[in-house]
Design a binder for this molecule. Structure first.
Ligand SMILES: NC(=O)c1ccc[n+]([C@@H]2O[C@H](COP(=O)([O-])OP(=O)(O)OC[C@H]3O[C@@H](n4cnc5c(N)ncnc54)[C@H](O)[C@@H]3O)[C@@H](O)[C@H]2O)c1
Ligand SMILES: CC(C)[C@H](C(=O)O)[C@@H](O)C(=O)O
Length: 252
């Protein structure tokens, strides 16, 4: 893939960002309030960080790090918080430390979100699995997408205990609507993640194989050096990138 970071280490960039997506600051969408009027008015959004919400997302992060370690990755989980300022994040950090004790074969570390923003740009290859609150995850996942080449490159998944939704990280891209410039790669990679997840859920090797084939076709399409998406300064649009990925898929 063509990457914005030119350092040689960046060529081996491979981390997963896990975002708790049911609570955090976003939970306030249900309870938002404005008190007072005129110049004395103040708006309040309240962050919710629950023990159960933390526990399930941290267990998921450590289990993922374990699977990745078996595939040769670092075996490390980094909790991104702001525990030096907000009590809710101090609480979250305590649950992280408690959970880490049950996964002693995995290295556990913390980083404040502002430091994480710097480190994700300066040395992102130091990370393996990052786990964080909803709002921080919303912001850092776009940063992560930028590191891997842009919004059109980044797949994502919302994974529950039994059900999951897969979609690219990006939104509706209103600034490029109708121009044929949208990069479909994130959509293909999200579909591959979906097949992989379904394959593991249902113990179906065909689905896992189909997922591997899509990933390989995308990799081969970019390895050909024929593609440079608009978001990276090139002129490969939706049709060109799709055609190339389909033709690589047909060869596998
Ligand atoms: N997953 C989601 O449901 C999701 C995620 C983000 C934004 N949104 C919604 O989408 C709308 C637009 O939000 P936004 O503009 O902040 O974010 P966006 O992700 O739609 O766009 C951000 C930037 O990335 C570019 N981009 C996005 N997808 C691209 C692609 N496939 N190929 C090339 N470039 C791409 C856009 O052109 C834009 O410059 C809003 O209504 C927002 O709420 C939804
Ligand atoms: C549209 C918005 C609610 C959405 C989110 O934060 O979940 C988006 O920003 C995203 O990153 O998927």
């Amino acid at each position: 893939m063509p990457l914005p970071l030119t350092s040689e280490a960046a060529q081996n960039l491979d981390f997963v960002l896990i975002r708790e997506s049911t609570e955090g600051l976003f939970a306030s969408r249900e309870t938002f309030k404005i008190e007072g009027e005129g110049e004395s008015a103040a708006a309040y959004d309240t962050q919710k960080i629950s023990y159960q919400g933390c526990k399930r997302v941290f267990d998921f992060a450590f289990n993922l790090a374990k699977q990745r370690k078996a595939q040769g990755h670092q075996g490390k989980v980094t909790c991104v918080d702001k525990a030096n300022v907000l009590g809710s994040f101090y609480f979250m950090r305590q649950v992280f430390d408690e959970t880490a004790k049950n996964h002693s074969e995995i290295e556990a570390q913390h980083i404040y979100v502002d430091a994480a923003a710097l480190q994700l740009v300066a040395k992102p290859w130091q990370f393996d699995v990052l786990v964080t609150e909803n709002m921080f995850g919303d912001i850092l996942s776009d940063l992560g997408a930028g590191l891997m080449g842009g919004m059109g490159m980044a797949p994502s998944a919302d994974i529950g205990f039994e059900k999951a939704v897969f979609q690219p990280c990006h939104g509706t891209a209103p600034d490029i609507i109708g121009q044929g410039k949208a990069n479909p790669t994130a959509m293909f990679l999200s579909a591959a993640m979906m097949l992989n997840w379904l394959g593991h859920q249902h113990n179906n090797q065909h689905l896992i194989k189909a997922s591997d084939l899509i990933n390989q076709a995308v990799e081969n399409a970019y390895a050909s050096k024929e593609l440079l998406p608009y978001e990276l300064g090139g002129n490969s649009g939706t049709q060109v990138i799709s055609d190339k990925v389909f033709s690589e898929l047909a060869k596998l």
